[in-house]
Design a protein around this ligand. Sequence first.
Ligand SMILES: [Zn+2]
Length: 469
Amino acid sequence: MRVSLVGVHHDSMHGGQSGNPADRRGPVTALDPTRRYFSPEIETMPRTEIERRRDEKLLGDLVPWAYERSALIRETWQAAGVTPADVTSMDEFQARVPFIDKDSIRAFRDRHGDPYGGLLCLDPDDPSLQKIFSAIFSTSGTTGDPTPAPYAGRGPTFLVREFWEQGVRPGDHFLHCLFTFRGPAIHDTVRGVGATPVFVDHQPEDVAQLFRFSRELRPTGWYTLSGPLVMMIEAAAAALGEDLAETFRSYRGVVFAGEPIGPRARARVESWGLELFLQTSLGDVGAATECAAHDGCHYWEDTAFIEHLDPDGGQPAADGERGELVSTTLIDKVAPLVRYRSDDIVRRTTEPCACGRTHGRIWPLGRKSDEVIVDGVSILPGDVWGAIESVPETQAGLFQVIRAGREADVLRLRVGYSSPGGRGLPDVRTRVTDAVHATVGVAPDVELVEQDVLLRQGPPHKIPRVARS
Ligand SMILES: [Zn+2]
């Protein structure tokens, strides 16, 4: 059945709503495969123009629309005593517009029995909605229960720019391997580049199929790879005697998404000859993805207004510094998020990238609810990961941050070891402590446990990185 989906050609891709990036272009076959960017005039737009268009969309269109139609936005703004008339500049927007977050959406949902948490701007019974409101996805549900995320319209998403950047061209095959969400949107996007999706499921039973399609169809793009899938591929390759560098040799890029990648998994994937493009969520209004320069994940400022705020005071953090990502959509008129506090800690810059694109970039660092502050130093699980993997006995990178609260007197780590080696556990503990201290500048209190103890705490090959104590 899956094979029958392969070989569908891109003769009917132009069903998307206006405003999608591929709609204004001629037939897909007219895309010049040698051109550097998919949408050069947008991707390399001068910052002043990016900001002018953003202000126009946000203040002139999105703000009044959301206030008039979204019950959650209106209720939140009224409680803060703010109306769209008070928001005529970006300074006023940042000074006055109240935040929303997952908790406020869930609270509205429970209070009003509204599955969309007051975000839906259109009447679900309106027949005209059927034209643009084609599917409901759940968010990835990394924390707490997933919330429904309406997907407006058919047609490619802005990820066409990413897939093009990774080297996918018209006529290519594209491996489509998804867990949980947004499958149809990605399908349309692959078609938007002019490539043909090849479907496999993100589960152990499908890994042999993934190998076979890779050898027979020689795809160039791959969306997505995840930490658990790396483990599944390793296990299947060992069992089947698969030469992964040969099997995967046609790929020009693979998007890694879903969670951070540790140094060990990265080295493994790179040993297969795959170029990784990390992707991270953009506060539930989209995604941000690495370019060929691999220096941060680009987000598209014609689709979202991104703020990053000092987690303590809520003031804008400096360019290049750590802050909480706060997102506002510029394009979603169905269920718009406006000043949505994501709980994600990122580093961010709006400096132009070496790849020539001018839009902002973020580096995902972790979740605010996982952050521990010791002696004024912000520490997230990803900060200590590499140090722990650098010690041979703990190289599997299985560890937990023991977190009683955001502020702590000492950084407590529970670290899994495989074999204590000749010099015994005290020596392992000393080396882990020193490696972490050298990396984050704070001496940790390390508790060593057999790594199987940690593995039993989570689903296979993935453990909770933070343990609440
Ligand atoms: Zn770039």
